[in-house]
Design a protein around this ligand. Structure first.
Ligand SMILES: [Zn+2]
Length: 129
């Protein structure tokens, strides 16, 4: 799978090599954001650094893709917005498909990429009995 990175996202991707999920934190106002950007969305500050997050969250919304567009991503699969416990949201994949629902708790899992980076995806956390 070809997943591009650039100057703004390189450090974030490097953290995924050690399977560390991070978000940007603004040094001026404390705002947390994802994906990595050159400026803070809250105050416009540029003193941004990466901080680790727990890798837990909930499914905020999702859709099921039923047509295969990429050979290494066979349909059907879920594209979801996951709201991290710390607040920022990620557009990501959630499994298993038949357990996905809005509000379900998820935790991060990692899908290895060919170059040593890892793609964060999420799995449904089993409901307490
Ligand atoms: Zn800020």
């Amino acid at each position: 799978m070809n997943v591009p990175e650039d100057e703004t996202t390189r450090q974030w991707w490097d953290e995924t090599r050690a399977r560390r999920l991070t978000v940007q934190r603004c040094g001026s106002c404390g705002h947390l954001q994802h994906y990595p950007r050159p400026v803070c969305l809250s105050c416009g500050g540029q003193a941004l650094s990466l901080v680790p997050v727990a890798g837990t969250g909930v499914v905020e919304t999702f859709t099921v893709v039923r047509r295969t567009a990429y050979e290494d991503l066979p349909a059907p699969y879920v594209v979801a917005v996951v709201a991290l416990t710390e607040g920022p949201r990620l557009l990501t994949n959630v499994t298993p498909l038949d357990a996905v629902a809005i509000g379900r708790a998820v935790r991060v899992d990692w899908r290895p990429l060919d170059d040593g980076r890892n793609l964060p995806v999420f799995v449904i956390v089993a409901m307490e009995e």
